[in-house]
Each structure stands twice: as structure tokens, then as C-alpha cells.
Design a protein around this ligand. Structure first.
Ligand SMILES: [Zn+2]
Length: 62
């Protein structure tokens, strides 16, 4: 079973839409990944609900 799904989010620096793979494990995840477009570090805050619903917010990692 593949628990990863791709989601689209906006980069907080350049506002480009970027695609990230999100693991569908209920709970909160936080990690940093460089933007594919402008290469600056984005802090992702991912909140997965029990039903697999997904809420992602992005902030500048400074
Ligand atoms: Zn960017």
C-alpha cells in the first residue's frame, strides 16, 4: 500500500506552485525542503486527520 500522495502548495518566497509527496500518517509532521524553483528552504507543516484529510501550511524557514 502506498501511503504517499502528492500535494500542491505555494512557495512562500516565489509563490510558485510546487509538488510535494506527503505521507498519509495521522498526526503532525514538520520538515524543511528546498523550493524546486528558487531553492530557498521552506518549512512545511503538515496536519493529517484520522480520515486521511490533509492540511498543509508553508512558512519561511529563518
Ligand atoms: Zn520558491
Amino acid at each position: 500500500m502506498n501511503s504517499e500522495e502528492n500535494e500542491f502548495v505555494s512557495c512562500p518566497y516565489c509563490w510558485e506552485q510546487i509538488e510535494i509527496a506527503v505521507e498519509r500518517i495521522p498526526g503532525n509532521q514538520e520538515y524543511t525542503e528546498d523550493c524546486h524553483v528558487c531553492c530557498r528552504p521552506i518549512l512545511f507543516h503538515v496536519d493529517i486527520g484520522e480520515a486521511g484529510d490533509c492540511c498543509i501550511s508553508t512558512t519561511m524557514d529563518e
